[in-house]
Design a protein around this ligand. Structure first.
Ligand SMILES: [Zn+2]
Length: 157
């Protein structure tokens, strides 16, 4: 069963988000992220875009706030998304595509077409360590598995 809370309203898969993973997987990765963001450990927490509480990292996300203000659920429902003029979306989507190979527009199209469940299952499969099978963030999957320590740097996905 796919976890429906992990559907990012901008088209990101929350299950591979560094914040979400650090919060759920705990340990070394959580400590590393808290240090990176210079914040206390308890701050690094998120339940996923569809289950946000005010304590969640994503609650104050600019895109989430924007959608909330506009009364929309997903970015694809917005005219600025269609015309590719939304600065918030483009600023997030471009580096994700370039650096992590994550195509937020393609993901949103899946959601728009009602293929959310399939997309979630595929994403869950995609973002896991090929050695130990545990879930990983988009960043960790290109470097090193923080569960088993496998060096994933040279692996092709
Ligand atoms: Zn592993």
């Amino acid at each position: 069963m796919a976890n429906a809370n992990l559907v990012g309203r901008c088209g990101l898969y929350c299950g591979a988000c560094a914040i979400y993973r650090a919060y759920k997987d705990d340990g070394e990765y959580l400590a590393k992220l808290a240090q990176h963001f210079k914040c206390p450990l308890e701050k690094v927490r998120c339940e996923g875009c569809m289950a946000l509480t005010p304590e969640c990292w994503g609650y104050n996300c600019r895109i989430v706030q924007c959608l909330r203000d506009k009364g929309l659920e997903f970015c694809y429902q917005c005219s600025e998304y269609e015309s590719e003029t939304c600065e918030k979306f483009e600023k997030l989507a471009k580096p994700y595509l370039k650096e992590d190979g994550v195509n937020m527009r393609a993901n949103l199209e899946r959601i728009r077409k009602g293929e959310t469940e399939e997309w979630l299952i595929e994403s869950e499969e995609k973002y896991k360590c090929p050695i130990c099978g545990k879930p990983l963030s988009t960043g960790a999957i290109k470097r090193k598995c923080y569960h088993c320590g496998a060096d994933l740097y040279k692996k092709k996905f």
